[in-house]
Each structure stands twice: as C-alpha cells, then as structure tokens.
Write a protein that binds this ligand. Structure first.
Ligand SMILES: *[C@@H]1O[C@H](CO)[C@@H](O)[C@H](O)[C@H]1NC(C)=O
Ligand SMILES: *[C@@H]1O[C@H](CO)[C@@H](O)[C@H](O)[C@H]1NC(C)=O
Length: 309
C-alpha cells in the first residue's frame, strides 16, 4: 500500500546550559539584538510614530454679516467708507456712505453646510467721484468637528487698486484655513473664537485695517482669501455707482493634527512588528546553527516517547 503524509509535526530539541554559561549569554545577546535592531531601524527612518497626521473635512462656515469697506477716490485724500459697526460709522463723518448690500450663502450639495457665499455691494457715487482702489473685509464663523471641535472667527480681506477709474471689482476665490501648528485631535479649541474686529470699541484704532490684520496674523489658526482672481472693470467717467461682487467658496480643507496616544501606539506597533519579524527569523536560524553544531557547548535533550501511566 502506498503511504502518504497525513500530518507532520516538528520534534522539539531542548539545549540546556548553565545560567552563566557562554551559551546563555549568547541567547540573551540574540534576544536583545532581535528586539533592539528594529527600534534602531525605525528611528533611523523618520521615527517610530508620526508627529502629525492629516484628514480632510468640509468646515461649517457662516458669514457673520460684518463688513468693513473703504473706497479711495481720485482726489488723493478722499475716501468713502462704510461698515456694519455703529461706532465706526459714527466716526466717519462725511466719508460715510451707505451702499446697497446683498449676501446669500448657498449649500450646493445639501449636506447642511454652506459651500459658497455670494456677496455684492453697490456704492452710489456722485458724478465727480472716481474710485481708484477698494478694500473689503468680511468676517466668518468657522467650525471643524471631525476630530477636535475647533471654533474660530476668521476673515477675508480683498484689496485692489488701479490707475484707471473702476466701476466694478469682482473677487472670486476660496476661503482657506492656515495653520501654524497642528490642531489637537480631540477636545474643544476655542482659542480663536474671538472677534476679528472689536465692534464695541469707540477708538478708531480698532477699525484700522493694518492694525486689524497685524493682530489677526498673530493667531496660529486663521482663514484667508486664497486662489483668488480679481477683476477690475474700468468705468466710464459718468458711472454713478461702484459695485463689488464677491464669490467665495468654502472648500474642503486638509487639516493637520496631532495624533492621539493610541493612534501613535498603533502606528508604532505596526512599524515595529513588521521590522521585527525578519530579525526573529534571522536570529532563530543563527541559534539553530550554533546549537545544532555545538559551537557553544550545551546538553541537547531529545524528545522521548511519552508513556501514559
Ligand atoms: C473691545 O473694546 C472695548 C472698548 O475699548 C474694550 O473694553 C474691550 O475689552 C474690547 N474687547 C476685546 C475682545 O478686545
Ligand atoms: C502659537 O504657536 C506658537 C508656535 O507653535 C506657540 O508657541 C504659541 O504658544 C501658540 N499660541 C497659542 C495661543 O496657542
């Protein structure tokens, strides 16, 4: 009758040696090398775990209906201004002029988050007035929820000037998040849930655009107008208004964050074990060779047939 292998099992040979023998020291050294070499390799190649990670999220953005507008006229020291802040409007005197403003936000994919802002503003002009530059500042509430809950107030600043008198300024761009440091992976971050413009201040400094921007840029997490195209439409001498049209998208953002403890452990463990396996294999082969050939003297104990009592 032909025989086939129905099962195979290895026989375990025990090699015994004294605690302080050379064979024991050799085994200990192999064990340490097996564990430590993967660590060294992992550290040499960008560390064992990532310091930062990133994810993609569509932020929840809403326009706060706060506006600061400044139009410079051809007559060098003249300007027209308007804002949604009563304190500032009260200080503007003759330069204050009220425009017609329209704003609406649109949720294009119906996910409950706005995707785009349409903002337009029409400033009436006297026939002698010619606009050469425009500054516009809008503020936003900005929230992230997927990892940490981050609430902040951000802004968009658009400015354009031209030697040619304008009748329209079109701004088309994205509201992007800028991070100077990774965000936390959990918890609540309201460090920058602070008004960009202090509307309760009675001082002109609070509404000075360079000062607002200077204070704002100190923040580690901000929003700004990016990927923007501005079109300055040259007007005829007789145009009786200046129009600004803004189309601002709120795109998905790639958020950089600080991974939590378990996420770092998982990444570290996966990396460590995958480098460890070849070392275990290698050192097992080395020990097999050393002990089977009695390079270091040990007492081999071969398996004997088990007799049941
Ligand atoms: C805003 O201005 C008022 C008046 O100057 C001041 O009392 C208040 O502390 C300011 N608020 C912030 C958040 O700076
Ligand atoms: C802003 O970032 C800098 C550098 O990362 C850090 O030293 C500072 O503490 C941060 N400020 C706040 C308010 O978190």
């Amino acid at each position: 009758m032909a025989l086939i292998d129905v099962h195979c099992a290895p026989l375990l040979v025990r090699y015994r040696a004294g605690i302080f023998s050379r064979a024991s020291l050799f085994t200990l050294a192999c064990l340490l090398l097996t564990c430590i070499c993967p660590l060294l390799i992992a550290y040499r190649s960008h560390g064992l775990w990532p310091r930062t990670a990133s994810y993609v999220e569509q932020p929840r953005v809403t326009f706060r209906h706060e506006v600061l507008l400044m139009l410079h006229l051809q007559q060098s020291d003249q300007f027209l201004a308007w804002s949604t802040f009563q304190n500032l409007n009260g200080m503007l005197g003759d330069s204050l002029r009220i425009p017609l403003v329209k704003a609406n936000e649109e949720d294009r994919n119906r996910d409950g988050k706005f995707d785009v802002l349409h903002f337009s503003l029409e400033m009436p002009l006297a026939s002698s007035e010619v606009v050469l530059s425009a500054d516009l500042l809008l503020t936003f509430s900005y929230q992230l929820h997927r990892m940490a809950t981050v609430k902040l107030q951000g802004m968009m600043y658009a400015s354009h000037s031209s030697p040619l008198p304008g009748s329209e300024l079109h701004v088309n761009g994205d509201l992007m998040l800028t991070q100077r440091q990774p965000l936390p992976h959990r918890g609540l971050d309201v460090r920058y849930d602070v008004a960009v413009i202090n509307g309760s201040s009675p001082f002109t400094e609070a509404y000075d655009i360079p000062l607002i921007i200077r204070a704002y840029q100190e923040r580690n997490v901000t929003t700004r107008l990016d990927n923007s195209v501005k079109v300055w439409r040259v007007g005829s001498e007789a145009s009786n208004s200046f129009r600004i049209a803004v189309l601002l998208r709120y795109p998905e953002q790639t958020i950089v964050y600080q991974p939590g403890f378990w996420e770092m452990m998982k990444a570290g463990w996966v990396q460590y074990v995958s480098i460890l396996l070849p070392f275990i294999w290698l050192f097992t082969r080395i020990k097999d060779f050393v002990f089977q050939n009695q390079v270091l003297s040990t007492i081999p104990k071969h398996p004997v047939k088990q007799h049941h009592a």
